[in-house]
Design a protein around this ligand. Sequence first.
Ligand SMILES: Nc1nc2c(c(=O)[nH]1)N[C@H]1C(S)=C(S)[C@@H](COP(=O)(O)OP(=O)(O)OC[C@H]3O[C@@H](n4cnc5c(=O)[nH]c(N)nc54)[C@H](O)[C@@H]3O)O[C@H]1N2
Ligand SMILES: Nc1nc2c(c(=O)[nH]1)N[C@H]1C(S)=C(S)[C@@H](COP(=O)(O)OP(=O)(O)OC[C@H]3O[C@@H](n4cnc5c(=O)[nH]c(N)nc54)[C@H](O)[C@@H]3O)O[C@H]1N2
Ligand code: SF4
Ligand SMILES: [Mo]
Length: 845
Amino acid sequence: MTEAYRAASGLTRRSFLKSTGAVAAAAAAGSAGLLATSGVAQAVAYEAGQTEGDGEQIFCGVCRGNCSGTCKLNLHVVDGKIVKTSKRSFNSFPDGRVDRICLRGLSQVYNVYGPNRIQYPMRRVGERGSGEWERITWEEAIKEITDEWKRIQAEYGEQAIAYTRGSGNLGAISGVASPMYNVFFNKINASMIKIARDQANTRGINRVVGNLGDWVLNDPSDFKNAKTLFVWGANITDAQIHDWHFVADAQDAGTKLVVIDPIMTQLAARADMWVPVKPATDAALALSMMHVMVTEDAVNKPFLRDSTCAPFLVRSDTGKFLRMSDLGVEPEVIEVEAGAVSAASSENKGAQVGKAKTVQKIIDHPAVLDADGAVKSLPEAVDPQLNGTYDFNGVSCRTAYDLLVEDIMEYAPEKAQDICDVPAETIVELAHLALDGPCTHRLGWGSNSYTNGVHAAHANITMAALTGQIGYPGAGTGVGDFKACWGINAVVKGMTAAKYPMISALALPEIMRTDKWKGEDYPIRSLYVYAGNPVSNQVNTNEYINDVIGNMDLYVVADYTFTDTVKYADIVLPASHWFEQQELVPISATQCFLHSEKAIDPLYESKSDFEILKLLAAGMGYPDLIDLTEDEYMSQVVDTPALGALGITYDAIKENEDMYWYAEKPWIPWKNAEFRTESGRMEFYVENPTVQFDVGQEFDEDREHLPRYFNPTEAYEGSPTWDKYKLILLSERPRFRVHSMWSDNGYLRELDPEPTIKMNPADAEARGIADGDYVEVYNDRGHCVARAVFNEGIRPGCMVYPKSWQQHQHKAGCWSELLTSEYDPVGVNESYFDNLVEVRVWNEE
Ligand SMILES: Nc1nc2c(c(=O)[nH]1)N[C@H]1C(S)=C(S)[C@@H](COP(=O)(O)OP(=O)(O)OC[C@H]3O[C@@H](n4cnc5c(=O)[nH]c(N)nc54)[C@H](O)[C@@H]3O)O[C@H]1N2
Ligand SMILES: Nc1nc2c(c(=O)[nH]1)N[C@H]1C(S)=C(S)[C@@H](COP(=O)(O)OP(=O)(O)OC[C@H]3O[C@@H](n4cnc5c(=O)[nH]c(N)nc54)[C@H](O)[C@@H]3O)O[C@H]1N2
Ligand code: SF4
Ligand SMILES: [Mo]
């Protein structure tokens, strides 16, 4: 049994710290010498010598990769060249925010001018993946692409052209928040392939509280109002580096930090209590904490009665709520105002920014047991009962709460300790901390990456239903770093949603193998990829290369730097860098609209994606489709009555550089326990479970009503591949990159020169591996070679790799080759951590 490590308990934690500290110190010592001669040092020296008087111009830039920090940067330009980046102050921040920049922000100059910049359009001449191209003109590139698209559409149907985006640029003009892609690709009736990530945790939460956005939690400046901050499966010091100071501030203010993570991360090293849970068992841990709450009769009964579905009667025959219509009472019809302004999700859905509308709502009230024993409609009952049964014409009905408790009773701490590898006393202690509110539970993407991840989030938010700790200062449960954005897209004349239903990237390999989707003919022959690196970031690289790219007639990639995905492209289009175009950035952890200025002209022959779209549209016969300038277009998007009412106009954003969009600071979701479910309550019993993306899949509805623990696909002892592979392979979002971005940054490579795999020394020694050896990590799907780094903070039985090194940076293979393309039918999310592997010494060159 693994102990929980407490800051006060000294020895054990210190011994962990010692090993982590030693690694950090070695890295620092190793890099110090390099730094003296490095470009970083030169850039810093430049700062000392250079002043505005030397002809320097400073532009306002916004860093907009998917770390989602969206830090403002000064772009220092001398003689038409960006010479360095530095941090720039925010104007509209609520209290508690600080201006910031990280190593990646500081080393941007290399990304702009580095040798891996794609300079001109190219056509492949060698085998796919050989990296052999010839330079062509923009005219040739556009003609070649659009001629081929016309041929493909004539032969296979319009849907045979597909497009997909990654998360490389969180902008609304040229970036992934831009509606213009849908405007163009809808016009030619192309298919949209939706990346399948970051979805399971949000599904598990939103199905209980409703949709206010994809990753919603109290503003991090509110962390300090919590007595205890629980961080479940997030590494804030590295993956939300911009938010880490809020955690440190909260600790200074007396908030206790509890980190639940199988790995002793940098964050865990700073925690008051670290709970090294067994991977993929968070749901069991949360259910067991609830067991303690229920058996100690410590749950918040008024909250359960008034703000959750706990008293609703559930029919045993259908699994649905017993409704008043079942009892012969006509549903009520009322008029409600549809929300005029709301925060929105990341991907064109759930969002509304527009005029308030009155709509009719039909309400078929749930039936509940009142204190007098009679069954009544919810609004009529005086004291809806949490417990009880009712016989409805021979159909037995029980309260949702009784059904939940029945589930919870399976998870006594003494039993859960064997599942989660967390001692029963620790589970009891965690439950007591969670009861002693206000508490904030900040979920990351840890449990999200297994096929049981929806339930981990569902269980966690259900705990908030039992404690009532949600919607007020210090109290909340949700997935952190708050990337909610405005439904900025929804206002562009209804043109924004993809015309064809979105196809999950996880369904694509099968479509490409069979030319069928959901049983119907659906050939796809060309894929346009922008701002993404799927070969490196999607699961099961070999399947992706062979079945997806291998079955394409034309694979086109627009990027500014050479990546694994560019390597397989038939036509490569040189995109301009962020600082070579103006951009409006609506998705951010800062809850701002930000305006990023163009500091220099696009280098070489590169063009912004906005310009590339115009050329593609013209090539397909629609020269006037995108006939607005960037400014005109952004003004159309932003200058709406709803935003105007908040004082937000496009001109004002340009003038202020950043505009915070909530009147209330800090923002706290679910105030007054008003939820976005049908009943307006927390529906921990999900009456009508739905899937995140319809890929024609079947799922077991019975399993989905309540939070449950079940094994993931692969990452557990005794799984089908256990006889061959006994190590769970986890990744970390590395502080030296945002996914694959910055992977070719020369300055950062001096600090972090090559792919590594962190292992517990016991696991390594059992396999004859020494610290620093090159090792091959393998399973049936593929392999990857990296240098072994001993680290006692890695849970035995697990290994951790910093993700997104590019293929050429490995001696062989790459990490994503090892990852399964199995997925949970409800979450439809890539299973990055749900993988077993083995490891051996690598002796080849
Ligand atoms: N520097 C940097 N920052 C980034 C990114 C990046 O690439 N680089 N990527 C951005 C993106 S797109 C995202 S989605 C976010 C992700 O943000 P995070 O989720 O914070 O990122 P990870 O480093 O994957 O941290 C997940 C943690 O979950 C732990 N974990 C693994 N399995 C389990 C489990 O079963 N239970 C629990 N409780 N913990 C588990 C892992 O050990 C790890 O510490 O980060 C964003 N920020
Ligand atoms: N093993 C493992 N794999 C994972 C994860 C994991 O935890 N483990 N996490 C997953 C998650 S949550 C995410 S979000 C994904 C991220 O996966 P991706 O979205 O593919 O992320 P990046 O590697 O950042 O790729 C972004 C690309 O966009 C390019 N780019 C930047 N700006 C622009 C622009 O303006 N125009 C154009 N055309 N291109 C631009 C960059 O150069 C870069 O090549 O990775 C997923 N993959
Ligand atoms: S990479 Fe993220 S944290 Fe670093 S400067 Fe850019 S936005 Fe800020
Ligand atoms: Mo992500």
